[in-house]
Design a protein around this ligand. Structure first.
Ligand code: GAR
Length: 191
């Protein structure tokens, strides 16, 4: 199945860019129809635009409440016929109403071996605890932070010389591969 992907970002957008490139070079069949950011200053917006992808800012701070924000977000995704939402560094928790509406159609990437180290400062917490292995996870998103059924994971060995920055770099490289692998797997499963 060829998905119409809607990628939600808040920052750098390296996972987003990697998905755009995988669509372009035929590694995956799906197409990125829109990149949406809640943060108008997200660096990823410029990167998507430079690649000719439709970008949209839906700034959550400009809405009276979260429900209104999510209605706008949902409407925009429907309007663009998105049938798989990829959260890629989207730093906002979605409500149950939203995740129920898009049931099994929202996937998220997180830089740890979930259910370990949900939330922020993942790499620092992993280093402080002296873990020997970390990694990344792609999972179906729910209204709870970094929770939901796991689709796939990649493992990274943490070396004694690693700090939070080197670990972040190593895991990000694995994230890029994992996200593509998962989209490919979902395309096959839903053929
Ligand atoms: C990635 O490491 C992603 O796993 C993480 O944000 C980073 C975004 O980087 N997401 C979370 O922590 C979600 N809880 P990117 O914007 O360069 O893709």
């Amino acid at each position: 199945m060829e998905y119409k992907l809607g990628i939600l970002i808040s920052g750098e957008g390296t996972n987003m860019l990697n998905i755009i490139q995988a669509c372009r070079n035929g590694e995956i069949q799906s197409k990125v129809v829109t990149v949406i950011s809640n943060n108008p200053k997200a660096l990823g917006l410029k990167k998507a635009k430079a690649h000719g992808v439709n970008i949209k800012v839906i700034d959550d701070k400009k809405f009276n409440n979260n429900a209104e924000y999510e209605i706008k977000l949902s409407d925009y995704l429907f309007k663009n016929k998105v049938n798989l939402i990829c959260l890629a560094g989207f730093m906002k928790i979605l409500s149950k109403r939203f995740t129920d509406k898009w049931n099994q159609k929202i996937i998220n990437i997180h830089p740890s071996l979930l259910p370990a180290f949900k939330g922020l400062n993942t790499h620092k917490r992993a280093i402080d605890l002296n873990v020997k292995y970390s990694g990344c996870t792609v999972h179906f998103a729910t209204n709870k932070v970094d929770s939901g059924k796991i689709i796939d994971q990649e493992i990274v060995k943490v070396l004694p010389t690693d700090d939070e920055f080197s670990l972040k770099k190593k895991i990000l490289m694995k994230e890029h591969k994992l996200y593509i692998k998962v989209i490919k797997k979902m395309e096959k499963l839903n053929e």
